[in-house]
Write a protein that binds this ligand. Structure first.
Ligand code: CP
Length: 315
């Protein structure tokens, strides 16, 4: 692949390769010397048009640990504020010869459009409600390390599915790897047509969690509910917030995940989120750095291979 724009175009073997490489970076990141030269001589530009804590910091750290020159564009201070378009901004940066462009944008499809206009490898760091591929990959790595496999697991994705690019990328990935995916939430927050995609849909949380191996909670994304129905937080927590009573319906060794940022007391009880025997939320953050290192390393290998082929006239 030239870019990482979504999970949709990836073959299961490519997913496995990314996770295998990421596993090796987990080991590197746990050592005192956390450095490799995989991106030495390369330039990585991070463009975040939406707020981020985990994704932006882990992409920056990943690039630096791999030896890249990393630049974080401050979109608030950029000429976007003077009316420059996304494409003109990307073309301007492209003229400075970056090798990797990491982009988060509030509009679905914006990152794909940008990838058509630039010469470098583009990584989607989340576009609207569309995809968040590195989140799904880090979730997959977390599950594989906790459960010892990434197939034939029963996984419940719970809450605000309708506004979630995390849910979309995860259900595509987990389906490709032959897992049983359940979507659990209020009908207003589950898009139509999910059963046709092979998911089981549950309105009742206790039924939806029955005997699952993995419980993946999602943030209630009020900022994307433009004018639509917004549930009351109290009522939402009562019916769909993960607490000990609801979690008791999952398998006794089921793990609890959340991509962050969390609304404690809305979609998840704080004591469950902090329970180190069940929650792998901090491991997800750790896997985020390793997966982003792997994704950029593999794209850089492809860039170098196609440049070598072009230099030898075998394109
Ligand atoms: N999970 C996730 O994308 O978090 P950030 O918005 O903090 O990057």
């Amino acid at each position: 692949q030239k870019h990482l724009l979504g999970i949709e175009p990836l073959h299961p073997t490519e997913i496995t390769t990314i996770l295998d490489v990421a596993d090796s970076y987990v080991d590197l990141n746990r050592q005192a010397h956390k450095h490799s030269d995989a991106l030495k001589g390369m330039t990585q530009i991070n463009m975040f048009f939406e707020n981020s804590t985990r994704t932006q910091s882990s992409f920056e750290l990943a690039g630096k640990r791999l030896g890249a020159d990393v630049m974080n564009m401050s979109m608030q201070a950029s000429s976007i504020k003077k009316g420059e378009t996304l494409i003109d901004t990307a073309l301007t940066l492209n003229a400075m010869h970056p090798d990797l462009l990491v982009v988060r944008h509030p509009h679905s499809g914006a990152v794909d459009l940008l990838a058509e206009k630039v010469n470098c490898a583009v990584l989607n760091a989340g576009d609207g409600r569309h995809e968040h591929p590195t989140q799904a990959l880090l979730d997959a790595l977390t599950i594989r390390r906790a459960k010892g496999r990434l197939h034939r697991l029963s996984i419940a994705i719970c809450g605000d599915i309708a506004h979630s690019r995390v849910a979309r990328s995860n259900l595509i990935l987990l389906g490709k790897m032959e897992n049983r995916v359940r979507l659990v939430g209020p009908p207003t927050l589950i898009p139509a047509g999910m059963t046709e995609l092979g998911c089981e849909v549950y309105e009742d949380m206790e039924e939806g969690l029955k005997d699952v191996d993995v419980v993946m909670m999602l943030r209630l994304q009020k900022e994307r509910m433009d004018g639509g129905f917004i549930p009351s937080e109290r009522e939402y927590f009562h019916r769909y917030g993960l607490d000990a009573a609801k979690l008791a319906h999952a398998k006794p060794d089921a793990i609890v995940m959340h991509p962050g940022p969390m609304n404690r007391g809305v979609e998840i009880d704080g004591t469950i989120a902090d329970d180190i025997n069940r929650s792998v939320i901090q491991e997800q953050v750790e896997m985020g750095v390793a997966v982003r290192m792997a994704a950029m390393d593999l794209l850089a290998r492809n860039l170098r291979a196609s440049k070598n082929s072009a230099d030898q006239g075998i394109m």
